[in-house]
Design a protein around this ligand. Structure first.
Ligand code: MIC
Ligand code: SF4
Length: 642
């Protein structure tokens, strides 16, 4: 039987398990990446593993999230990361070099290889046919130490692209259409594999936009074939030797197939506050806009920004709109500077920001109260911009640019004939902002500022967990809800005691006080609990506050793994209706007297005097991780056994 792309790459990297969807497998990891906001924890965890040097083919540490440096914290983190990289044989990408996913796509992603990154948008590299997966920092640390990555074999969904995009419709509109159809939980447990004749019409940066936002579907990864378009891109980056052809077999099978006729698409927008709340720009109408933000790992490639510059050239941003632009990488930025497009942006009134995540993660440029911001980004969760009552709309660079000129949400098709940007035959390559590690890093001393606090460790659970429900939440709780994003919080990412003070702050400011008062607690969630980012802080901080279990109807993949890694039990209701019976402050007793061997556990609600069943769905390895008090304790035990 023929293999699809995912099966081809997985089978070449498989070290445990069978490629049967839903079963736990383990794969060898070729490359890892971290960014600074998750990297500090990942490297503290790597240090705790006591290895002299990383064992991957290539590991990178990017600094792109926390660059505001409003206090000493961010700068201290950067020095810590730089010294750790030198010590452990990791390439360090300096602040200013660009957003991790954009730089990785340009300079390092290799078709057919595996990449594990401590950022949920790591699958961007699927644009060149790398199997790239986002994970918690601890999983990435284990991979750097040479351990395999464990996950459930995903179901592989084929998205068949037919036809060709009409003028002014772009890659962002394709992924918004996929989100409209599948929703933010439609990709959980799946790899989305793109095929069909429409793929050949898309450049690598366009494919990367689509693969990037597969994270918003909850997908494990997204994959494009590696074809002649990929070869041209890698050659233009001076990396032709990294190219291999990677196509699915003609008789490959898929668990599900959906078809999108590109020629029927039109400019779209995701409305507040979810990336799947998608409608045509035409349907939403000319709403007044206060801010337009262009950039992020989704849409800040050379071609994206060239299209924006062409739309803005010779015109002026609307007086009531603040237009901010962050180029995705130093390569993109310098190309715009060299060909004059930067000047077109500046002349039009754009505010040019650093090549970092910036406003996407609420690091500056918060919109005004009750404001409307149209962004080329990938997430529009409530509060993520730094303004709790702002409404964020996600759209293509073309929609964003014309909106910035008009002052209201606009359809770029009004601009007349389309602009065509030819991808360059050769990109200017300057890796001068990458610091390659010395051959022997053993003498390097680690620079550890006062904000870098030791890692808290989880405790093994006892025979029962007796604890009150500290919070009962609804569907699609994001990791932004659990551990907020933004300039106030990101500097605390290497300081768990300080960061833990803000858990659930945006939706329940009293959560921390109640959790502390109770000593230990349980969280109740509904569907897709923990969607969004890979930040393990959304598990670490609740663990630090005594949370022992989360009982939900379903979980997002990365967050569920992070809960296990930090010794918190992720449990699902056997009867989803039991969600309705339990209330905040109810006292629950979870019976673990038989360990975790039985898949179903009994929970007694002693406040309301009834019992219900929950499932843990943990693999034997994950059971051992929980019983050891988390992955770090488990890994240490394994090492001591050897
Ligand atoms: C995000 O887009 O939410 C982030 C910030 O990049 C996160 C990582 C983090 O929280 O540090 C992600 O997507 O994983
Ligand atoms: Fe950075 Fe935003 Fe991309 Fe996350 S989604 S990596 S914050 S640009």
């Amino acid at each position: 039987m023929g293999l699809n792309l995912a099966q081809k790459i997985i089978s070449q990297h498989l070290v445990a398990g069978k490629m049967v969807s839903g079963e736990e497998i383990a794969i060898r990891i070729d490359q890892t990446l971290t960014q600074d906001a998750t990297g500090t924890m990942a490297y503290l965890q790597l240090e705790a593993m006591n290895i002299p040097k990383v064992r991957t083919k290539l590991s990178l540490s990017y600094v792109d999230h926390n660059t505001l440096q409003t206090g000493f914290e961010n700068a201290d983190d950067h020095l810590f990361l730089q010294s750790i990289a030198a010590k452990y044989g990791i390439v360090f990408s300096r602040p200013g070099n660009g957003i991790c996913h954009q730089v990785h796509l340009e300079r390092f992603a290799v078709p057919g290889t595996t990449l594990l990154g401590s950022d949920s948008h790591t699958p961007t590299a699927g644009g060149v046919g790398a199997l790239a997966i986002g994970a918690g920092g601890l999983d990435v640390a284990v991979a750097m130490a040479g351990g395999p990555f464990y996950f459930n074999m995903p179901a592989v969904v084929r998205v068949n692209l037919t036809g060709r995009l009409p003028d002014w419709v772009s890659a962002k509109d394709i992924i918004l259409e996929v989100l409209r159809r599948l929703t933010v939980k439609g990709g959980v447990g799946k790899i989305i594999e793109y095929g069909g004749e429409g793929v050949a019409t898309l450049s690598v940066p366009e494919r990367a936009t689509i693969a990037n936002m597969g994270a918003e579907l909850g997908a494990t990864s997204s994959l494009f074939p590696s074809d002649e378009v990929t070869r041209a891109f890698l050659t233009a980056q001076g990396r032709s030797s990294d190219w291999v052809e990677l196509l699915p077999d003609a008789d490959a099978t898929y668990e599900e197939t959906i078809t999108i006729d590109l020629s029927t698409l039109e400019p779209m927008v995701a409305r507040p506050h979810m990336p799947d709340n998608v409608a045509a720009v035409r349907e939403v109408g000319p709403i007044k806009v206060d801010q337009v933000a262009i950039g992020s790992c989704t849409n800040s490639s050379y071609s994206d920004l060239m299209r924006v510059a062409a739309i803005l050239k010779g015109k002026r941003v609307h007086p009531e709109v603040s237009l901010v632009i962050s180029p995705g990488s130093r390569q993109v930025y310098s190309m715009l500077a060299a060909n004059g497009a930067l000047n077109d942006l500046i002349a039009a009134g754009a505010r040019i920001l650093e090549c970092t995540c910036g406003p996407c993660i609420g690091m500056g440029q918060a919109p005004p109260s009750g404001g409307v911001s149209v962004r080329t980004f990938n997430r529009n969760f409530k509060g993520r911009s730094g303004t709790a009552d702002a409404g964020l709309y996600l759209a293509s660079p073309e929609v964003a640019a014309v909106t910035a000129l008009n002052g209201y949400l606009s359809d770029p098709r009004e601009l007349g004939p389309a602009i065509s940007i030819t991808p360059p035959d050769s990109y200017p390559v300057d890796d001068g902002m990458l610091i390659f590690p010395p051959a022997d890093g053993t003498k390097v001393s680690i620079r550890r500022g006062p904000n870098i606090k030791p890692l808290p460790l989880a405790q093994p659970p006892g025979k029962t967990i007796t604890a009150p429900v500290i919070i009962k939440t609804g569907d699609n709780i994001t990791t932004d809800d659990i551990s907020p994003a933004g300039a106030k919080y990101l500097p605390l990412r290497s300081n768990i005691p300080a960061l833990a003070e803000h858990v659930f702050e945006g939706i329940d400011p009293d959560f921390v006080r109640r959790a502390k008062a109770a000593g230990q607690g349980i969280i109740i969630g509904r569907q897709n609990y923990g969607q969004g980012s890979s930040r393990e802080h959304a598990a670490l901080c609740p663990m630090y506050l005594g949370i022992k279990a989360v009982i939900a109807q379903s979980f997002a993949r990365i967050h569920r793994s992070n809960l296990v890694n930090f010794g918190i039990l992720p449990l699902t209701f056997v009867d989803p209706a039991d969600y309705d019976r339990v209330d905040a402050a109810d006292e629950l007793v979870i019976d673990l007297s038989n360990g975790l061997e039985q898949e179903e556990l009994t929970v007694t609600n002693t406040t309301k005097d009834y019992s219900f069943k929950v499932r843990h769905d943990l693999s034997p390895r994950q059971q051992a991780v929980i019983l050891a008090g988390g992955l770090l304790n488990y890994t240490r035990q394994q090492v001591n056994k050897q």
